[in-house]
Design a binder for this molecule. Structure first.
Ligand code: ADP
Ligand code: MG
Length: 397
């Protein structure tokens, strides 16, 4: 098992201490309300842990990509949702730094929690400006990072403050690192990676890193199209990257040399276009018979059948990237079936990546997986073998 190397909130007594907690509340909004509260829920164990021990908690997060203060990107809807989930009022303060904010924080009592306004209302946050980090840290005694989804960024609130205040990992950060780190250090075998999504180019390093660790790949989504090109097939008007055929061949070659399996689709769903309009004209074809004027939009039923065998044999599964254009219901069957098969497999199952996680959550299967990561980019950087600055900044236990 991979022991967790970093200091966590269990290594400190937070009672009566003023604690700055970086969370990832970068959630989708719709009509001024939180559209998906997965990330807010994921932060509750750490918040409850600290509040039960009578810490004084100020939460901070970014939301969206504001260029400066912007009421449309206020964390107000998040404060509301968090208050409901926590069953107590968590007020939103009008900023994250400045004398008035420090005064409000100074007046808080043990067991109180507030949310600071969007960190990115200050451009210094993303610049990891040392003076801004010092301002952010002012008035606090401890810093807890629970924002796994932002840990791959060296910003003032994820990296800068950790050098100023005594820094600890929150329970979510720990859980993510144990689950994803376990894939990298000591996976139960056979270890299968199911990789899909839009493009090879965004995931070349993920593929390379995994090629040396897994026992098998099952490839789907737009990514499979470039691999199909690399193995001499025609893909019609599908999303594909001819420039990356060489890289795809190198992955195929590595897998062959190491006597590992790499499964590609044997049949695919094709449509005149990859949107709702194309749904009417969709039908399945053998990979050798993709019509020149159509696009591949999902894996086909025989492919699902083939992938189901390897999924059932796997003891560890990492899944990133949908198998097709799952946002269009008519093209979602491959992704849905694979999600169901992974959920039912009995393997240690870890899902990482923005859209893949969205698909699993939408299908109501998140609870059936061993771990569903809250960090899209961060989870992939970890799988690539990169060090996450927000994690590196926390001292070892
Ligand atoms: P993740 O966020 O899980 O890492 P990506 O961002 O790589 O995944 O890709 C997700 C997108 O890939 C989805 O929006 C989906 O519509 C798209 N996609 C999957 N298969 C195809 C395909 N065959 N053609 C075009 N787009 C696809
Ligand atoms: Mg994505």
């Amino acid at each position: 098992m991979s022991g967790f190397a970093k200091r966590t909130i269990r290594d400190v007594d937070p009672s009566g201490k003023k604690v700055l907690v970086r969370v990832d509340f970068n959630v989708p909004l719709a009509d001024g309300a939180v559209a998906d509260d997965t990330r807010i829920r994921a932060s509750l164990p750490t918040l409850r842990y600290l509040l039960d021990r009578r810490a004084i908690v100020a939460l901070c997060s970014h939301l969206g990509r504001p260029k400066g203060p912007d009421p449309k990107q206020s964390l107000a809807p998040v404060a509301k949702r968090l208050s409901t989930l926590l069953g107590r009022e968590v007020p939103l303060l009008p900023d994250c730094v400045g004398p008035a904010i420090r005064e409000s924080v100074a007046r808080l009592r043990p067991g109180d929690a507030v949310l600071l306004e969007n960190l990115r209302f200050h451009p210094e946050e993303e610049r990891n400006d040392p003076a801004f980090a010092r301002e952010l840290a002012t008035g606090f005694e401890l810093y807890v990072n629970d924002a796994f989804g932002a840990a791959h960024r060296a910003h003032a609130s994820t990296e800068g403050v950790a050098k100023i205040l005594p820094a600890y990992a929150g329970l979510l950060l720990e859980k993510e690192l144990v689950a994803l780190g376990g894939l990298m250090s000591d996976p139960k075998r056979p270890f299968l990676a199911i990789i899909g999504g839009a493009k090879v180019s965004t995931k070349m390093d993920v593929l390379r890193s995994l090629a040396s660790r897994v026992d098998a790949f099952a490839i789907g989504g737009g990514m499979a199209n470039t691999f199909l090109l690399a193995s001499g097939k025609e893909v019609g008007r599908s999303l594909a990257e001819p420039d990356l055929v060489g890289d795809a061949r190198a992955v195929l070659e590595t897998m062959r040399r190491e006597r590992k399996e790499l499964l590609l689709p044997v049949d695919v769903l094709c449509a005149p276009s990859a949107d709702d309009a194309g749904a009417k004209g969709a039908s399945a074809y053998d990979v050798d018979a993709v019509p020149a004027d159509q696009a591949i939009v999902d894996i086909g039923p025989r492919t699902v059948e083939r992938y189901s065998g390897i999924i059932a044999r796997a003891k560890t599964i990492f899944w990133n990237g949908p198998m097709g254009v799952f946002e269009v219901p008519a093209f979602s069957a491959g992704t849905k079936r694979v999600a169901e098969l992974v959920a039912a497999s009995g393997a240690v199952s870890v899902v990482g990546g923005g859209e893949s996680v969205q698909a699993v959550v939408d299908m109501g299967l998140a609870d059936k997986m061993t771990h569903v990561s809250t960090g899209g980019g961060a989870s992939l950087e970890l799988i690539e073998g990169k060090t996450l600055p927000g994690v590196a900044a926390i001292p070892d236990a």
